[in-house]
Design a protein around this ligand. Structure first.
Ligand SMILES: Nc1nc2c(ncn2[C@@H]2O[C@H](COP(=O)(O)OP(=O)(O)O)[C@@H](O)[C@H]2O)c(=O)[nH]1
Ligand SMILES: [Mg+2]
Length: 487
């Protein structure tokens, strides 16, 4: 790898060399080939976490449609893939690799998959092909609750996530020791440790914090920020986002009848309504002070939770007086907007870097597990790629810049973000130009930026973290100048 070589190109070369070296070893060759075929595919993002942490809800909220949950028997450890496709189609795969198309029926909550006709206990994977924009750049993978290993000796959930996904949204309600253990397992090995850029922690069901008070989401956002500052979390995740997935999903699929029902609630005298919004039982009970049927109230509760109902009525009273306005505000307040932005900034905008990282993880692991003449040289090559790859550092810095605690003022933060590729990785996006620039202009702007950030990197009054951050920006400016002089 020479300076200026693209990461995905050098990893592609490395993968080819490794495939040549292991052509006669079927297991190693299969693992390597699997990575090879993924270079051309959309990024794979797994949604992982404990039972009922809100995984399936988040998957639907990101897609903006209630396609799932795919209902399978309780306790079945099925991986559900959501892929972009012109026409809907659902296929189930068994452990031995055989595939069957599955009948689906629409239900009020979304879609029901009927596995009952044949041995559901054999199914390992369900692939849902679904036409939606959200899946164009990423395939989503809804995973079973993480456990250490299956009783029947099949690969553990963590192993499968590691093998099959390029990036992970890890859902937790409170970031406990078990969560950290799972994340440590995900980030095991030299490549993962050098580039922990593939996990966003999601503090899920954030509306339930503190008994569902109206400011629950603000509290959750502060908790998320605090979590991200914890060295233990920070060294394993690129970001932490608070999310009330249910509120976000309902915001995205809110119907006119939903809005009318909520507006009828909001029109009731506030003092009278308030005590009925304190608990789910009271909300669906008798003597309700607004003309909304119990079944309709029950449906609202299912779709929003009691916190969401409270939030929605408050929002309607304070100006969200149409379906569209209310929907947009629910999505924003839920944290879904922030989560989707983080997914774009950290994952899909850098899909090539994350795919290269996955390939590097596999090559590294094959080389270590199956040493043979020639593997030592390739390992040195892996180490060289890791040590010289600037993309990983840019991604880490982008995440760090989200935290005001780093201490740069708003202007410098925005500039750093832009220069390391936060608004797009092309030269014009990095330099903030919106017209067609000449070479001299690009050179001038890059050199100015380089000087400005060199002086930051050397400023003794700045903190060590700030100087390190500035050093990464300097390196990005140098890479731009190298790119320009190679033209
Ligand atoms: N209050 C609240 N409930 C949620 C939220 N997300 C999911 N749920 C509910 O929690 C239960 C489990 O959610 P699900 O997405 O199926 O979790 P999974 O087991 O991790 O896939 C369901 O009843 C959801 O309606 C949320 O953000 N807030
Ligand atoms: Mg689920």
């Amino acid at each position: 790898m020479r300076p200026g070589d693209r990461l995905d190109e050098s990893v592609w070369d490395l993968l080819h060399q490794a495939m040549n070296l292991y052509q006669d070893d079927p297991r190693a060759a299969t693992a390597l080939h699997h990575q090879f075929s993924r270079f051309e595919q959309p990024l794979r993002i797994a949604v992982a976490g404990a039972w009922r942490s809100g995984k399936s809800t988040v998957v639907n909220a990101i897609m903006g449609e209630e396609v799932g949950p795919v209902e399978v028997e309780d306790g079945r450890q099925v991986f559900t893939w959501y892929e972009d496709s012109p026409t809907p189609e659902v296929t189930a795969y068994t452990a031995d690799g055989s595939a069957r198309e599955v009948a689906v029926s629409r239900s009020t909550g979304g879609m029901r998959v009927d596995l009952a006709r044949w041995q559901a206990d054999q199914v390992d994977d369900i692939v849902v092909k679904w036409p939606t924009r959200a899946l164009r750049y990423a395939t989503l993978l809804d995973t079973p609750a993480a456990t250490s290993a299956d009783e029947d000796g099949r690969a553990s959930i963590t192993d499968r996530i590691l093998r099959d996904a390029d990036a992970v949204l890890y859902l937790t309600r409170d970031a406990r020791g078990a969560d950290i253990k799972f994340l440590q397992a995900v980030q095991e090995g030299p490549v993962a440790r050098a580039a922990p850029i593939n996990v966003i922690m999601v503090m899920s069901r954030a509306d339930e914090i503190g008994g569902g008070r109206v400011d629950a989401l603000l509290t959750a956002r502060q908790l998320a920020r605090r979590q991200h500052r914890e060295p233990e979390v920070n060294s394993l995740c690129i970001g932490v986002v608070a999310l009330a997935g249910l509120v976000g999903l309902t915001g995205r699929v809110l119907t006119e009848p939903d809005f009318v029902a909520l507006a009828t609630l909001a029109a009731a005298p506030r003092a009278e309504l308030e005590s009925f919004l304190l608990s789910a039982d009271r909300f669906v009970g008798t003597e309700f002070p607004a003309p909304v049927d119990p079944e309709v109230r029950r449906a609202l509760l299912d779709r929003l939770g009691i916190f969401g109902v409270r939030l929605a009525t408050t929002l309607i009273r304070t100006g969200c007086d149409t379906r569209a306005k209310l929907a947009a505000e629910l999505v924003r307040r839920s944290g879904l907007t922030e989560l989707r932005e983080s997914i774009s900034r950290c994952f899909t905008d850098r899909a090539d870097v994350l795919r290269a990282r996955s390939a590097l993880v596999t090559v590294d692991s094959v080389l270590r597990k199956h040493p043979r003449p020639g593997s030592r040289e390739l390992l040195t090559w892996v180490e060289y790629v890791l040590a010289t790859t600037h993309d990983f550092r840019e991604l880490r810095l982008l995440a760090a810049l989200q935290d005001p605690q780093l201490g740069f003022d708003a202007e410098l933060t925005a500039e750093a973000q832009r220069l390391v590729g936060g608004n797009g990785v092309g030269l014009t996006a990095r330099l903030g130009i919106d017209h067609d620039p000449g070479g001299a202009e690009l050179w001038g702007l890059s050199s100015q930026a380089l000087r400005r950030w060199q002086s930051q990197a050397e400023d003794p009054l700045l903190s060590l973290d700030q100087r390190r951050a500035a050093g990464v920006v300097v390196r990005s400016c140098e890479a731009m100048l190298a790119q320009l002089s190679a033209r």
